[in-house]
Design a protein around this ligand. Structure first.
Ligand code: GDP
Ligand code: MN
Length: 359
């Protein structure tokens, strides 16, 4: 149940019955944060930034998800940081732990030999990626919403939003919005693409006729930047949308197409016998199954998640949206080069092969 604020503006009329009484934004939408109790300060930082830049004008709710109960301190402090309602949900074990067909010994063996792979040593990271790939949208509380905005602890939004991104998606017939597109570490997904190819052979009818496969397979704009990628047009070029930022329509993930795709990957075992990330899994799903014109690059939303910063390039946008294109207050090297100017960005490819600017 909702964590009621002490200081609600009860004088506001509410013409939208699906909204809580203090909510101003009119979309059926919520923020979603999967987070640990130990990440409270980081969660507060992200919320503070999102509230200042966007949500204080709309008061959309927040859904917090965790596989262990949230502490009273976590609930109290995040509910006081939020302008909207806050909900705290316990993830059922079956949605978090490896599914029954996963062989525990085989998983442990892979963990042992993956010490040099980013997060390869961590079992909980695999649970997290598996959850984000196939279970976040199945959490009961999200049945109440159409749109979600994924947020993570320790991120920062660099510009004022100045509009409601949920409304933007709905009015422009978009179902998914991203900010950063980069290359995945190849050693985390040795058999992912092979599995995806088998899926496309078994379920050709699920592949959208206006898909964005070219974004994740063609090579011609890559002048070997040091990525060990194949020259073959039918192989994966490792590009994906960075999923720690997502604004999207939950109904895509609830679709038969996406769930058939997810279950196929889940059966193959790579979430546990390798270290498949939810970013390439979401992304490949979107690129195969969604009309590419329903995918949107939010070029005007500045965003920072270690170690990458994305900021609008236009000086007009930067000034009018009060962007601050430098990270601060974090205890690591500051990276001020815009990610999209870096060779490991996949944005130029999206512009060329996705729904972006055509050139
Ligand atoms: P990175 O962004 O790939 O470096 O991974 P993060 O550590 O940021 O994890 C991604 C998201 O999952 C963040 O929102 C974390 O708070 C969350 N997360 C990661 N591991 C766990 C976990 O074991 N339990 C819970 N509840 N959340 C987790
Ligand atoms: Mn993160």
């Amino acid at each position: 149940t909702g964590h009621q604020k002490l200081s609600g503006n009860s004088y506001l009329m509410n013409p939208f019955p699906h909204l809580n009484k203090n909510q101003i934004g009119t979309e059926n939408a919520t923020m979603v944060m999967l987070v640990r109790n130990s990440e409270l300060e980081g969660a507060l930082q992200s919320m503070r930034s999102l509230e200042d830049r966007f949500n204080r004008h709309y008061k959309y709710p927040y859904v917090f998800l965790n596989e262990v109960p949230f502490s009273d301190e976590f609930k109290e402090r995040t509910s006081l940081m939020a302008s909207g309602e806050t909900y705290y949900e316990l993830i059922p074990e079956k949605d978090w732990l490896p599914p029954p067909h996963i062989d525990e010994d085989k998983l442990n063996q892979n963990i042992e030999k993956s010490q040099d792979i980013i997060y390869g040593w961590s079992k909980s990271y695999r649970n997290m990626c598996h959850f984000n790939s196939g279970f976040f949208y199945k959490q009961k509380i999200l049945d109440n919403y159409d749109y979600y905005f994924r947020i993570e602890p320790d991120v920062e939004y660099m510009c004022d939003f100045q509009y409601d991104p949920f409304t933007f998606l709905r009015e422009n017939n978009k179902d998914y919005g991203f900010v950063i597109a980069i290359h995945e570490y190849e050693n985390t997904i040795p058999t992912l693409w092979e599995t995806v190819k088998n899926f496309t052979k078994d379920y050709p009818d699920l592949i959208h006729p206006n898909n964005s496969l070219d974004f994740i397979t063609t090579k011609e704009v890559d002048i070997n930047y040091g990525f060990n990628i194949s020259d073959n047009d039918s192989e994966y070029n490792l590009c994906h949308f960075w999923s720690n930022f997502e604004i999207g329509n939950l109904n895509f993930f609830r679709s038969d197409a996406y769930n058939t795709y997810f279950n196929y990957l889940d059966q193959a075992g790579g979430f546990f016998y390798e270290r498949w990330g939810d970013a390439p899994v979401h992304s490949i799903g979107l690129n195969l199954l969604m009309d590419k014109n329903r995918i949107h690059h939010f070029e005007d939303i500045g965003y920072y998640h270690v170690p990458y910063l994305a900021c609008p390039t236009s000086i007009d946008v930067k000034t009018s949206k009060r962007c601050f294109c430098k990270t601060r207050g974090l205890d690591h090297d500051v990276l001020t080069t815009p990610i999209d100017a870096e060779p490991f960005s996949c944005l130029a490819r999206w512009w060329r092969y996705g729904s972006g600017k055509k050139f």
